[in-house]
Design a binder for this molecule. Structure first.
Ligand code: NDP
Length: 283
């Protein structure tokens, strides 16, 4: 029997309705949650991402600004603008779309964002807070994956979880969230020997490598829950994940599709983080 499909679009829609209701309440109390999205340069994929983020804010009734800066904007000018936004009372979340042009040090830029407005959760203070189990913001993609596990009532406590991919924005924070939820976690990277020996052990398998369809049915334990973070564009223009969905769905008990899985959840968690940032101001 094929696996249960964890529908990211449907779950995102449900959570966005809740966010919209809370946004309306907070706005009525005089605090309208606000997000500033900064884009430097003209990367086509980034253009789409930032538009979607700002539109999602508008749809739930939040205030948002989208600033498009030229590719030759100096690092100094970008840091100065972030500093202004750090002090802007109408802005509760600041997001700088990555990647940045090569002449700008992304690390320095992220560190310039006030941690209490760092809704991506990438600031070193927020990464550290997550590490010690007291997160101010959970990075959006792993947070969305946790909500998907919650949505199927998966008993994470005591489960064997394997995360493939160890980036600062997905793999590492994902592993931390699973660990804090009581899973026994293995993190794999491109140097991992005998990857299948690890993946076959996983009750929960999260894949975030950027390698199209690299996880095949023979690598997955029967009945596992498979969360596919990857977004890859195939030569024919279609999108696919890091998991071979068509075959793994016959081995897994639940699986996320691409598109329509983790992607819509990521933006939704950005909205949730912005709402939480604004609620803290009110508190
Ligand atoms: P990175 O390129 O930063 O990290 C990839 C990670 O995967 C690295 O840790 C790398 O190992 C590991 N890896 C690569 N190849 C293999 C392999 N063959 N076996 C085991 N591990 C491997 O990518 P991101 O974390 O930023 O993104 C991962 C994927 O998720 C991409 O497809 C991206 O588009 C997608 N993504 C989707 C989002 C969403 O909203 N759905 C949001 C963010 C990302 P090493 O450390 O050794 O290099």
């Amino acid at each position: 029997m094929p696996a249960q499909i964890i529908d990211g679009n449907a779950l995102a829609k449900k959570i966005r309705l809740e966010i919209a209701a809370k946004t309306a309440i907070l706005t009525a109390k005089g605090v309208k949650p606000g997000l500033a999205v900064l884009l430097v340069g003209e990367d086509p994929a980034s253009q789409v991402y930032v538009r979607n983020k700002v539109k999602a804010c508008e749809d739930v009734g939040m205030y948002s600004i989208l600033e498009r800066h030229p590719a030759d904007l100096s690092e100094k000018a970008l840091l100065a603008r972030i500093n202004e936004l750090n002090h802007d009372k109408n802005i509760h979340g600041i997001l700088v779309q990555l990647p940045l042009p090569k002449h700008i040090d992304s690390h320095r830029v992220i560190e310039a964002i006030a941690p209490e407005k760092d809704v991506d959760g990438f600031h070193v203070a927020n990464a550290g807070a997550l590490m010690i189990g007291a997160p101010l913001f959970r990075p959006c993609t792993p947070y969305g994956c946790m909500k998907m596990l919650e949505s199927i009532d998966y008993p994470i406590r005591g489960a064997r979880a394997v995360v493939i991919g160890a980036s600062n924005i997905v793999g590492k924070p994902m592993a931390m969230l699973l660990l804090q939820a009581g899973a026994t976690v293995t993190i794999c990277n491109s140097k991992t020997k005998d990857l299948t020996a690890h993946t076959k052990e996983a009750d929960i398998l999260v894949v975030a490598t950027g390698k199209p369809k690299m996880i095949t049915a023979s690598m997955v334990k029967s009945g596992a829950v498979v969360i596919d973070v990857g977004i890859n564009r195939l030569p024919d223009g279609k999108l696919c994940g890091d998991v071979d969905f068509d075959e793994v769905k016959y081995v897994a008990s639940a699986i996320t599709p691409v598109p329509g899985g983790v992607g819509p959840m990521t933006i939704t968690m950005l909205l949730l983080n912005t709402l939480e940032a604004a609620e803290r101001v009110k508190a």
